[in-house]
Design a binder for this molecule. Sequence first.
Ligand SMILES: [Zn+2]
Length: 120
Amino acid sequence: MEEKACLECGVTIYGRSDKKFCSDNCRNMYNYRQNRTEINLVRQINQTLKRNRNILKDLNPKGKGKVHRYDLLQRGFNFNYFTNEYRTRKGTLYRFVYDQGYLQLDEEYFYLVERQEYVD
Ligand SMILES: [Zn+2]
């Protein structure tokens, strides 16, 4: 007979080889924790995106304009999180956080734009 450890509590399980938990209780607990971890991860990413969008919007009251990298970083902008990219025919790459976009001009400056309609 095969012996395995319960994924939740580590107790040895005997019997069917596809069994992963010693009890329904342990299975429920394990699944609950897995879900909670996923929900927290999604929540964190959503919060980061929301903050990024607010920062871009605050810095761009006219719908377009130039900002220094420092202004973004100082407000806590996270360059790793954006919702989509848009490359123009000329090859210019814009990154968007929802409707708020930015284009890196050089090492210091960014150009901010606002988009009205949705782009794939
Ligand atoms: Zn268990």
